[in-house]
Design a protein around this ligand. Sequence first.
Ligand SMILES: Nc1ncnc2c1ncn2[C@@H]1O[C@H](COP(=O)(O)OP(=O)(O)O)[C@@H](O)[C@H]1O
Ligand SMILES: [Mg+2]
Length: 308
Amino acid sequence: MAPNPAIVLSGLAKSYGAVEAVRGVDLTIAHGETVAILGPNGAGKTTTIDMMLGLARPDSGTVSVFGRTPAQAVASGAIGGMLQTGTLLRDLSVRELVTMVASLYPNPLGVDEVLGVTATAEIADRRTHKLSGGQTQRVRFAMALVSNPDLLVLDEPTAALDVSSRRDFWAIMRRSAAGGKTVVFATHYLEEADAYADRIVFMTRGKIVADGPATEIKARVGHRSIRATLVDADPEELRALRGVLSVDRRGESIVLRCQESDQALRDLLLRYPAVRDIEVTGAGLEDAFIELTGDPAEEDDQRSEGAA
Ligand SMILES: Nc1ncnc2c1ncn2[C@@H]1O[C@H](COP(=O)(O)OP(=O)(O)O)[C@@H](O)[C@H]1O
Ligand SMILES: [Mg+2]
């Protein structure tokens, strides 16, 4: 790890009454990394992020951001945060709101530059309570960006958006963070973590259960299954298709658990032109969680039923 990491969380824990929301999180994030905190609802992502931003006080453990406390880092404009909840101040225009936020920081970016890069220039004169969901998230992102932070922390920034608004959002985020910013974002979408993060930190029940490059985590938890109707195919031959991990036959249907479902599907169609009723489904986060934590006694990937 780099000698001066951007973020160091050590032994972080926090309970709300009887609920242990975060149970001993250790995490070091280097400058310039884009890290996804991935996990199902209730995993402790927001609680962790709130402690990173100094909005929640840990019961134990420490947070260091650029060698400072979160409060110091936030006050200096080094952190731009986009929280999971929160509404925009009403009765201001988008431009007025972003200008106001900019005035709170020592070295803000130009307001027009931020409006441009976040695709909010065309709604700059609109009142903040007359925006669509996607527009609201872009404005909230503009507010996070205008302090010109070295670290962007985004808590489920696309949670309520439709697919195309989500894609737009990430395209904008990518563009604006391109200058070497450190980015930490929470999501419960494996696809989003895979597409936009260099590294995935998988949290569940208040703990980190996996941490690694997106490709590695995806390979461990991102298996897809192909279901189809196919009479009289030899399971051994199906298993030999590229990308297939295991084969399950149920009457006339087959289920192929795949490492590489696109490849497997191509081979399946080529080899068995009679195959029909094809469905491809992704493993949900709950499956991923079971796969990662399923049986502590067995640590390899061979434990699931029917694995090759
Ligand atoms: N303010 C709060 N009061 C009581 N319980 C809370 C509060 N915030 C979070 N929790 C609980 O802590 C756990 C972790 O929540 P959270 O950090 O919001 O998870 P995530 O963001 O991964 O969905 C959940 O069980 C949640 O219900
Ligand atoms: Mg949350």
